[in-house]
Write a protein that binds this ligand. Structure first.
Ligand SMILES: Cc1cc2nc3c(=O)[nH]c(=O)nc-3n(C[C@H](O)[C@H](O)[C@H](O)COP(=O)(O)O)c2cc1C
Length: 183
């Protein structure tokens, strides 16, 4: 990694692979913006990489309108860093995948946002106007706090729909371009 190259870590929990698929599109988008990406499943966290990253993107499925316990455990495990203000000033963003159209996904993004604010991070939302409601459309969930995708509880091979994945790609590229604006 060159000294000027920015890096993004993506931390996700994904028991059935949909959220992981979304994470991979965010990663692709960030790479397109020339940013180094470290993608981490919640079961294999590299804390040193997180400490060195310029941005951390957090994601998990929506479970009963909440975070999954996997992401929550990770959050609690970060408490020493919270105390030391170790992540203060890093960019943060969030994403969640749900089976339902609403499914109360907003509550998950709000919890991720609060967590990032507790750490003193700089929140980056999803500044993209929705383009429609079909599976091909961008930001069809009309979410601005972070990225929402939806999988209908269908197999990971066919969901989330392409529009959601393209939104994830766009989000990753946006985050990469944003980081590149920082000295
Ligand atoms: C225990 C449980 C609770 C769930 N609750 C919700 C919910 O509140 N809202 C929603 O939209 N989907 C809900 N779902 C569907 C999951 O969000 C969906 O299957 C998940 O995003 C798949 O992610 P993954 O493939 O990354 O594991 C729930 C699924 C489970 C297993």
């Amino acid at each position: 990694m060159s000294l000027s190259e920015k890096s993004i870590a993506i931390v996700y929990h994904s028991p059935y692979g949909h959220t992981a698929k979304v994470a991979s599109f965010i990663a692709q988008g960030a790479q397109q913006a020339g940013v180094q990406v470290h993608s981490m499943n919640i079961e294999q966290i590299d804390w040193d990489i997180l400490d060195r990253s310029d941005a951390i993107v957090f994601g998990c499925p929506t479970y009963m309108g909440n975070l999954t316990s996997g992401l929550k455990l990770f959050m609690e495990q970060s408490s020493k860093r919270w105390l030391a203000r170790a992540w203060q000033g890093k960019v943060a963003a969030g994403f969640t995948n749900g089976g339902g159209l609403s499914g109360d996904k907003l509550a998950v993004l709000q919890q991720i946002n609060l967590f990032a604010m507790q750490h003193g991070m700089l929140w980056a939302g999803l500044p993209m106007m929705p383009t429609g409601r079909s599976g091909q459309d961008l930001n069809r969930m009309s979410s601005f706090l972070g990225l929402m995708t939806q999988s209908d509880n269908a197999p990971v091979e066919i969901t989330p729909p392409q529009g959601d994945l393209n939104t994830a790609l766009w989000f990753g590229e946006y985050l990469g371009l944003l980081l590149n604006k920082f000295k």
